[in-house]
Design a protein around this ligand. Structure first.
Ligand code: NAD
Ligand code: MG
Ligand code: MG
Length: 330
C-alpha cells in the first residue's frame, strides 16, 4: 500500500500561525517543537511544572513559559511532549479541565491514545506530528535548512479541518522540507515501538555488544574491538543512509561484501525473525504497553537496573576512553 507524502506546496502555513500553540514539556522533542515553531513565526508558549529546571532554559531561548494549566487554558493547540508514562496523569489533572470545544490535542507518539490511556472528549481534535528522528536532530536539521520527515496523523476530526491543522504544524516543524507522511495512530505507534525495540535501539545495541564481547572474550584488545564493531558502524550507516545498501557494498571490499552475505543470515537467523514476530505480537496486543506502564508505576525498577548494567559495561568504558581522544566529536 503506497503512502501519501506531502511537501511544502501541500501545507498552508497560515493555519498554524492563526493558532495559539502550547508545547507541554521541554525535553528532547519539546525543545525542538517549541523552537522550530517559534522560528517559523508561530505563537508558542511552553507549559512546565513550577520549579522545573527547563523553565529558565526555555526562557533564555526566547520562549514564553507558564504553568501547564495556564498554557492549556490559553492555547487552542496543545502538544503533549512530556514522557509517555506521565502523559495520562498530566492530561487528566492539568489539561483536560482546560480543553474547550474545537481545541486540538497533539501528540509526538501515539502510545497513550492508541492504547486508550488518554481519551479526549469528542468535540476536540486529536492529531499527531511524529518526527522520525531524535529531538536534537529535529532541531539541528531545522536550523541547517533541512528537516526530519514527520508522520502526520488524525485520530479525531471534530472541527472538519484537523488535517489542515496538523499539516500546517508539520510545516512549521520543518517536516515539509523532506516530506510529511500521512499515517494513523495505530500504525505510527506499533511501527515506532517495533522499530526502536527490534532494530534501532534494542537490536542494534545488542548486536554491537555481542560482537564486542565475542572479540574480547577471545582475547582481542577491547580498544580494537570497539573500533571494529562500534566506531565504524556510523560510517557504514552513513553510506546506507545517503546512497543505499548497494553503494555501501560498492564502497567496501569484495571480501567484506562476501562476508556480509555469508555471515549476516547466520547472525540474524530464523530464531531472530521468530523473536521479532513475538515482539511485534506483544506490541499489537497491548501487552508490551501494559508491562512498560507497570514498570513505570513501580518506579522504573527494571528500566533502571538495565540502564545501570549497560552504563557499567566494558564497551561503555572503552568507548568513553577512546572518544575522549577524538577532539572532533564534540
Ligand atoms: P523527555 O523525557 O526528553 O522530555 C520530557 C519533558 O517533560 C521534560 O522537559 C520534563 O521535565 C517534562 N515533564 C516531565 N513530567 C512533566 C509534568 N508532569 N509536567 C510538565 N512537564 C513534565 O521526553 P521526549 O523523549 O521528548 O518524549 C516526549 C514525547 O515525544 C513522547 O511521546 C515520545 O514518545 C515522543 N517522541 C520522542 C522522540 C525523541 O527523540 N526523544 C522521538 C519521537 C517521539
Ligand atoms: Mg518511540
Ligand atoms: Mg574492515
Amino acid at each position: 500500500m503506497a503512502v501519501e507524502i506531502l511537501y511544502e506546496k501541500d501545507c498552508n502555513p497560515e493555519v498554524i500561525k492563526g493558532k495559539k500553540v502550547a508545547i507541554i514539556g521541554y525535553g528532547s522533542q519539546g525543545h525542538a517543537h517549541a523552537l522550530n515553531l517559534h522560528d517559523s513565526g508561530v505563537d508558542v508558549r511552553v507549559g512546565l511544572r513550577p520549579g522545573s529546571k527547563s523553565w529558565t532554559v526555555a526562557e533564555e531561548a526566547g520562549l514564553k513559559v507558564m504553568t501547564t494549566e495556564e498554557a492549556a487554558e490559553e492555547a487552542d493547540f496543545i502538544m503533549m511532549l512530556v514522557p509517555d508514562e506521565n502523559q495520562a496523569q498530566v492530561y487528566a489533572e492539568q489539561i483536560a479541565p482546560h480543553l474547550k470545544p474545537g481545541d486540538t490535542l497533539g501528540f509526538g507518539h501515539g502510545f497513550n491514545v492508541h492504547y486508550g490511556y488518554i481519551q479526549a472528549p469528542e468535540d476536540v481534535n486529536v492529531v499527531m506530528c511524529a518526527p522520525k528522528g531524535p529531538g536534537h536532530i529535529v532541531r539541528r536539521q531545522y536550523t541547517e535548512g533541512s528537516g526530519v520527515p514527520d508522520l502526520a496523523c488524525v485520530e479525531q476530526d471534530a472541527t472538519g479541518d484537523a488535517w489542515d491543522t496538523i499539516l500546517s504544524y508539520c510545516w512549521a516543524m520543518g517536516g515539509a522540507r523532506t516530506g510529511i507522511i500521512k499515517s494513523t495512530f495505530k500504525d505510527e505507534t506499533e511501527e515506532d515501538l517495533f522499530g526502536e525495540q527490534a532494530v534501532l535501539c534494542g537490536g542494534l545495541v545488542e548486536l554491537v555488544k555481542a560482537g564486542f564481547e565475542t572479540l574480547v572474550e577471545a582475547g582481542y584488545p577491547p580498544e580494537l574491538a570497539y573500533f571494529e564493531v562500534y566506531h565504524e558502524l556510523k560510517m557504514i550507516i552513513d553510506l546506507m543512509y545517503e546512497k543505499g545498501i548497494h553503494f555501501m557494498n560498492y564502497s567496501i571490499s569484495n571480501t567484506a561484501e562476501y562476508g556480509e552475505y555469508y555471515a549476516g543470515p547466520q547472525v540474524i537467523n530464523d530464531e531472530s525473525r521468530a523473536a521479532m514476530k513475538r515482539i511485534l505480537g506483544r506490541i499489537q496486543d497491548g501487552s508490551f504497553a501494559q508491562e512498560f506502564v507497570d514498570d513505570c508505576n513501580n518506579g522504573h525498577k527494571w528500566l533502571l537496573e538495565q540502564r545501570e548494567a549497560i552504563n557499567n559495561h566494558e564497551i561503555e568504558k572503552t568507548g568513553e576512553k577512546i572518544r575522549s581522544m577524538f577532539t572532533w566529536i564534540k
